[in-house]
Design a protein around this ligand. Structure first.
Ligand SMILES: C/C(=C\C(=O)SCCNC(=O)CCNC(=O)[C@H](O)C(C)(C)COP(=O)(O)OP(=O)(O)OC[C@H]1O[C@@H](n2cnc3c(N)ncnc32)[C@H](O)[C@@H]1OP(=O)(O)O)C(=O)O
Length: 283
């Protein structure tokens, strides 16, 4: 049976969540990124740091073999599911404020089966709208990709040498150690075993190492912007193109583009574009 047949008739209900923007995860992520930030009530979240808010903690008994919920919201009925964070587009109309109430509505907007290098891929896009003080502050479309474990495993290059700075004005040299991955998994309530369980990542999902979280790579690209060009971000479009594995030397490289925005990538010695981001600023 092809992926499309498993997805026919899958039409999850929209979801609505509410709570308060917590300061603790902001302080904690700052520590993970070696930044000296302590969040206080009224502070504004840096771009994409809302990914640490309104997290879901299903009970252990609800988790499936991959560590994600077995039948969680927006998780498609793909047999022997292999999930990855694949890309997205986030628009900002102001930043969320620490300590204030926040609402989020989420829904699946598209679900499309495509053909990749190693067989069928199902792309599921989830749109979330984050509102505060009666205004929609963030509208994001996040693409997740799913394949079935029936597909043959892929092969990946894992270089040990470092990439070159290559003349880019903005550079970050991220720590992709298992400790960082563990802390980021905890901060995002992400119990997917590919990020912390090496025998599972290698022997079940077929990766050569622990997989670095896509959201961490995208956050790091936005960090390179924030540290060198701290202007209000209007939108970011990003794509995760090839996995980064723990311990692999990578650089976040980027700089201003010709249209007044910024272009960034996560590069290794084997691939200049493991992940890419295109950033636009508010005037
Ligand atoms: C959090 C979290 C999980 C994670 O963080 S997982 C780690 C982060 N994610 C990754 O490392 C993903 C890295 N990317 C890949 O492994 C591959 O790019 C991917 C997504 C498997 C696709 O690779 P293929 O080589 O098999 O396929 P193609 O590049 O040839 O693309 C096939 C068609 O798909 C279209 N496509 C690619 N990306 C997207 C996207 N984001 N949205 C929509 N469509 C996409 C591509 O354009 C091709 O389409 P055509 O129409 O041109 O055929 C957690 O679990 O929560």
């Amino acid at each position: 049976m092809g992926l499309q047949e498993h997805l026919d008739g899958w039409n999850p209900d929209p979801a609505r969540d509410e709570g308060f923007v917590a300061g603790e995860p902001v302080t904690a992520l700052s520590a993970v990124l070696d930044q000296p930030v302590v969040a206080r009530t009224g502070d504004r979240l840096p771009p994409l740091w809302h990914w640490l808010q309104l997290l879901e903690w299903p009970p252990n008994e609800a988790l499936g073999p991959d560590g994600h919920p077995r039948h969680g919201r927006f998780l498609p009925p793909v047999p022997d599911r292999r999930r990855m964070f694949a890309g997205g587009h986030v628009r900002f109309d102001g930043a969320l404020e620490v300590g204030a109430p926040v609402h989020r509505t989420s829904e699946v907007t598209t679900c499309t089966v495509k053909h990749g290098g190693n067989g069928e891929l199902a792309f599921v896009t989830v749109r979330s709208t984050w509102s505060q003080h009666g205004h929609d502050r963030i509208v994001e479309d996040i693409d997740y990709v799913y394949r079935s474990g029936d597909e043959s495993p892929r092969t990946f290059a894992v270089p040990t040498e470092a990439p070159t700075p290559d003349g880019h004005p903005w550079l970050l040299s991220p720590d992709t150690s298992p400790v960082t991955l563990f802390r980021f998994s905890a901060l995002t309530a992400n119990s997917h075993r590919i990020h912390y369980d090496l025998p599972y990542a290698r022997d079940v999902e077929g990766y050569p190492g622990l997989v670095v979280h896509g959201p961490l790579l995208v956050l790091l690209m936005l960090e390179a912007v924030r540290r060198d060009a701290p202007r209000p971000v209007a939108e970011v479009r990003f794509r995760l193109r090839r996995p980064v594995f723990s311990g692999m030397p990578v650089l976040v490289r980027g700089g201003p583009d010709d249209d007044g925005g910024a272009a960034l990538a996560v590069a290794s010695a084997a691939d200049d574009r493991h992940a890419t981001a295109d950033v636009r600023f508010h005037d």
